[in-house]
Design a binder for this molecule. Sequence first.
Ligand code: DC
Length: 230
Amino acid sequence: MTKTSRCPVLTIDGPSGAGKGAVSARVATALGWGVLDSGAVYRSVALAALTNKTDLADETALTALCADLDLGFEPGPDGIQACLGGRRLGDALRAEEVGVASSQVAALPGVRAALLDLQRAFRAVPGLVADGRDMGTVVFPDAEAKVFLDASVEERARRRYRQLKANGDDVTFDRLISDLQARDRRDRERTVSPTLPADDAVVVDSTSLGLEEVVERVLAVVTERVFDRS
Ligand code: DC
């Protein structure tokens, strides 16, 4: 039994590389809830803009593009897959060029406003895990449970380094640290929806925690804030 009659939402916000995606997927599976990967929403806008050759500084054109975005998510072999116009986007969303373009489009207030309804439409029974930067502060300020998942920049860089090396990518650790620091600064200091914990968020520092421990802590927040144990 939940404490309110509304469809419950758990928001998981935090900086790049804190493990939000993996934690969100595990927690959603444990609860049987849906997932909103809002980073994939911004990446899809960026991919559509690059494909259409829309100028990444043209806020009016990009805002119009958001209004027509036919975006959905469906379960795939490696977790949740984003689909644009019914077509699975797969690895295209993860390309470096798309990542850079997504951080440009995400800084535009018109784009962020145009994507609010699309993101809120993911709130559906039995519940939603919303992963991003401003889920608890802007998109779902009334969410029942909010977590801000953090980790030191060195640990985030170490995790990414291992991941990229395993994929055969040629990267250096120092480069990853400086890229993450630059991205943190951009995300935290932008005027619209900066990456900050909501006042009522529980901050979980995953620097010295394994995935299972983080998942347990997040599930404990949901149990306390969402489910009526009486
Ligand atoms: O988490 P990610 O790397 O997939 O996110 C892609 C970009 O979108 C990144 O620059 C941060 C931005 N983003 C955002 O501004 N707000 C969100 N709720 C999610 C992502």
